[in-house]
Design a protein around this ligand. Structure first.
Ligand SMILES: *Cc1c(COP(=O)(O)O)cnc(C)c1O
Length: 223
């Protein structure tokens, strides 16, 4: 099947006992590389930049599911809204309002995740637990008809320290359990924990991840 297909198959075997879904992260790789994964039977891809996702989307079949996993600026939402399958990086009510507005224009409901800050590093985006709770209790959110918040996303600190990573993923899992109580979608709709990348997805699975975002392990290192 080739290296990409074989690696995807291998990862899917690892995910199966955990019932988790693989998002193959294709940022920086050309559409031909995405196509190779598609031809091997994979259809769920992640991009961290709207423009790059938008450029690749028409080059691939319609049934590809595109997940936006990187920071999203309000003025770029309109480019993703016509086709994006899920936005993992919601970090403000203002951004959520814009996603709702653009989803309405496109006559779609867009599934979203709240990005939570769990890492020690200050550079990573995301809400604190209390900010996320506040957002879920915000009356304006309750009025939004064209988005659905389906869970949380987080990135662990970039470190060799496995215990640190595990601690951070565990904290995201606990926040998920708490936030779920406030979720409009109800406990069934609020069901995703997007955590785990090439270097740490095994720990993330053990800590309850439902969506892993894996790039370099499948496609090779980006420079
Ligand atoms: C790039 C990226 C990934 C994948 O990282 P790898 O280490 O290549 O697996 C996952 N999540 C986000 C938000 C990313 O930007």
């Amino acid at each position: 099947m080739g290296y990409i297909g074989d690696t995807i198959a291998e990862i899917k075997e690892e995910l199966a006992p955990f019932n988790a879904t693989l998002i193959a992260v294709t940022k920086t790789y050309p559409a031909e590389t995405v196509r190779e994964a598609y031809d091997a039977g994979h259809k769920v891809f992640g991009e961290n930049k709207v423009q790059e996702m938008q450029a690749k989307q028409p080059l691939l079949p319609e049934d590809v599911q595109w997940h936006l996993i990187g920071h999203l600026q309000t003025n770029k939402v309109k480019y993703a809204a016509p086709f994006v399958s899920m936005i993992h990086s919601v970090d403000s009510i203002r951004l959520l309002a814009e996603i709702n507005k653009q989803a309405l224009k496109n006559n779609r409901i867009i599934p979203c995740l709240l990005q939570i800050h769990i890492a020690e590093e200050e550079t990573k985006f995301g809400l604190s637990a209390s900010e996320a709770t506040e957002l879920l209790l915000d009356e304006n959110y309750r009025k939004m008809t064209h988005i659905r918040i389906e869970g949380v996303m987080g990135m662990a600190t970039f470190t060799e320290d496995q215990n640190q990573i595990r601690k951070e993923f565990r904290s995201l899992r606990l926040m998920f359990d708490e936030l779920r109580k406030h979720a409009d979608a109800g406990s069934e709709g609020f069901r995703h924990i997007s955590m785990g990348m090439s270097g740490d997805y095994k720990i993330a699975l053990e800590e309850g991840s439902t969506l892993v975002r894996i790039g370099s392990r499948i496609f090779g290192s980006r420079n």
